[in-house]
Design a protein around this ligand. Structure first.
Ligand SMILES: *Cc1c(COP(=O)(O)O)cnc(C)c1O
Length: 391
């Protein structure tokens, strides 16, 4: 059994990146009209909560989620929290989320007073494993009228949140089908997958509610930002209402009809987002070309292979991922050390949610695959700019 060698790894990375000295994991690229649109905001004074760039950004974004209504907001965490609230999640409910995710997925559940319940992932998609989820439900859940209860905790299982890990589509159809059968709403964490397709359909438009993120490290950025996508226009209207202090329209009076949030995206951020979306096709082409290049360079690399999305998936390649053949955290760390030491930024997967102090005692399924993947994944430099020369 060949264990991947750190020096060979660095050499292959260098080769794939055309010999450049330094590379970030994922850098934003402002090569479009960002300056013009931001300057326009400052010149006109339309920087904050009301302004035409927000609705323009929402309209443009809608084209990337199958024409569904979109509500821009301050960040992906807020978008997830609002989407979960619209799905009916409330205090003391449990929400099924992958243990292999960024902490924001779990935090958005906690922000509603609900409890994240961790489930396992699939080696072939890196996302929630539908077969294991079904087995876990049979083991732990009871159906009572139109509610599904966790037999051990007595709490309601109120939602399932599949996440397209590193932009690579999760196998969504069986999860939607499972959600329908168990009557548990599915909310899509599409924060990493703008521009990805699943069986020809757009990620972010696969479940009835979804969340997007435009944080600085995502494929398209607004500095900080997010969006709620709703299939039902009435839910989108609710999302807009909740994120804008639940204010009723009136010529001059301040009337708010429930406890709302100040979660709206400022116009100045949306201005950046409009310029970024104009470049999304170019970013996608560059990132996919970089992935192909990595596939070639790492083709015969001993002890590891580049993660390849399923044949039915067209990933945005938010992050290209090298997967070690065997779980070995020491080998993984040696590769991480060697590459980061020379300025080529690589990262492991996130520490699994059930290992974090605040989520240690949360309910969970057997997490064998997530734990295995945790010591096998290395995320490679994936900025769009690194792929421009390949397209
Ligand atoms: C980025 C991200 C979020 C949250 O987005 P923010 O805009 O950073 O709040 C949620 N879930 C996952 C999986 C993410 O990668």
């Amino acid at each position: 059994m060949m264990s991947p060698d750190p020096l060979t790894f660095v050499a292959r990375l260098r080769e794939a990146l055309g010999g450049i000295a330094k590379a970030q994991l994922h850098e934003p690229h402002f090569g479009g009209r960002e300056w013009d649109y931001v300057k326009d905001c400052l010149d006109t004074g339309w920087i904050s909560s009301v302004g035409s760039r927000v609705s323009q950004f929402e309209r443009m974004l809608s084209h990337h989620v199958d024409g569904r209504p979109v509500v821009a907001c301050v960040n992906g965490t807020a978008a997830l929290r609002v989407a979960l609230e619209l799905a009916g999640v409330g205090p003391n409910d449990e929400v099924l989320i992958p243990a292999l995710t960024f902490v924001a997925t779990a935090n958005s559940v906690s922000h509603l007073g609900a409890i994240a319940h961790f489930i396992d992932s699939s080696e072939t998609t890196l996302g929630v494993d539908p077969v294991k989820l079904e087995a876990h439900l049979h083991e732990t859940a009871d159906r009572r009228a139109n509610r599904v209860l966790n037999r051990k905790t007595g709490r309601r299982l109120a939602a399932i949140v599949p996440m397209h890990c590193f932009g690579h589509p999760v196998d969504m159809d069986p999860l939607i089908e499972l959600g329908a059968r168990w009557q548990i709403p599915v909310v899509e964490d599409a924060t990493e997958s703008l521009g990805s397709h699943y069986k020809g359909r757009m990620c972010g438009a696969l479940a009835s509610l979804a969340a997007l993120s435009f944080n600085g490290n995502k494929i398209v950025t607004t500095g900080g930002g997010g969006a709620i996508v709703a299939e039902d226009p009435e839910l989108a209207r609710r999302a807009k209402h909740l994120t804008t202090t639940a204010k009723l329209p009136h010529r001059w009076a301040f009337i708010h009809d429930e406890v709302g949030y100040n979660d709206r995206m400022p116009n100045i951020n949306a201005a950046v987002g409009v310029a970024q979306l104009e470049q999304l096709p170019r970013f996608l082409a560059a990132k996919r070309a970089l992935q192909k290049h990595y596939e070639t360079v790492f083709a015969d690399f001993p002890g590891a292979r580049l993660f390849r999305p399923q044949p039915w998936a067209e990933s945005n390649i938010w992050l290209a991922v090298l997967v070690l053949d065997h779980p070995d955290a020491a080998v993984r760390d040696a590769l991480l050390d060697a590459s980061n030491a020379v300025g080529l930024m690589t990262r492991p997967a996130w520490t699994l949610m059930h290992r974090l102090a605040m989520y240690r005692d949360h309910p969970r399924a057997t997490l064998a695959t997530a734990e295995d993947l945790e010591s096998r994944i290395i995320c490679l430099p994936s900025s769009a700019a690194l792929g421009f020369s390949h397209v």
